[in-house]
Write a protein that binds this ligand. Sequence first.
Ligand code: ADP
Ligand code: GN1
Ligand code: MG
Length: 369
Amino acid sequence: MKLTVEEIRVLAQQFAPDSVLGCPKPFGGGHINDTFLLEREDGSLFVLQRINKNVFPNPPQVMENIQRVTHHLRKRIRAVGGDPERETLRMLKNAQGELCTIDRNGDYWRAYSFVGGSTSYDQVESAEIFRESGRAFGRFMSMLDDFDAASLHETIARFHDTPKRFRDFRAAVEGNASGRADGVRDLIDVALGYEAFGSTLMDQLASGELPLRVTHNDTKLNNVLIDTASGRAVCVIDLDTVMPGLCAYDFGDAIRFGASTAAEDEQDLSKVHFDMDLYRAYAEGYISEVAGALNAKEVDSLAIGAKMMTLENGIRFLGDYLNGDVYFKTAYPEHNLVRARTQFKLLSEMDEHWDEMLACVRELAQKGN
Ligand code: ADP
Ligand code: GN1
Ligand code: MG
């Protein structure tokens, strides 16, 4: 049963020993968790979040990963003279000294310090901000280069296993739980046309050509906080999916979201284009932080990852539409379909720019080495 605003306030109180002011306000544009912003009596802010247990079956494991990763990041940030309180997430403890409080529905709640003076963007407003987010995610991976990837829990099994995503997609088409399949046959056929390409990265991982690293796995622009005054990236957030992965996932997911001339859910497809200049800006930021660490196959995999993550999100959105909108938050009935259509539009334009995409990452990696 849905919690009342007062119940959410009481939960918030658990994480703030001094009293909480006012009502919890829904906050941010995430598609998964429920996020609220709260104010303490001293005027400071904090973020309260309900972890989506439909998406994360084992919240304690999610929390353990985040605690270990942020602890490691704090050490690395301190070592280079940075400010760990601003540059990585700080989880708050509740009155019992624990990182989570469980509500009467069995849902897990957690709290983070609010990173003040920062903004998260739901759409790219300038190439410079996008370049900065590339630097932030590149730095994030390099600061975790001495963290034992195998020791992390896999919080969502096979998260970027695209062939598995295709099997799930086929099941969604066949199951047709929403009865919507006949109305979107055109798009289903487009998606299935990419199935063979869908195994490229998993094959290269299996053959040992691509190494597993500690990756973020959900690198869209609104998962990095940008300093409002300086425009510099401050802090990578949304660490629920930090797991062993490929750099191609992190690079690719950021590109599929940000190197677009329109929002992920733009309804007018004539406004949605893949933007090569934004792609280059992100690549400059990201590669400037990681170039020396990547092998030649990984450099090429960045461009492949851009297509792969766009494809993967396309079949996830379309699959969710067919399943009856059970995974992603939606604001209206066709929302997932609208999102899927933007992904396939971007993917077809990436195909047209493929040679340029590949040449760009190769050239930047060469320069950075
Ligand atoms: P979701 O998994 O639903 O995307 P996020 O952890 O990304 O959840 O949080 C949703 C949004 O809330 C973010 O995009 C960001 O705008 C905001 N947010 C989350 N944590 C913080 C924080 N510690 N400081 C400032 N803003 C935050
Ligand atoms: C979700 O949590 P959020 O909104 O940052 C999703 C990503 C998708 C993205 C599409 C755990 O990201 O995988 O790429 O929506 N996160 C999860 O916008 O499934
Ligand atoms: Mg998020």
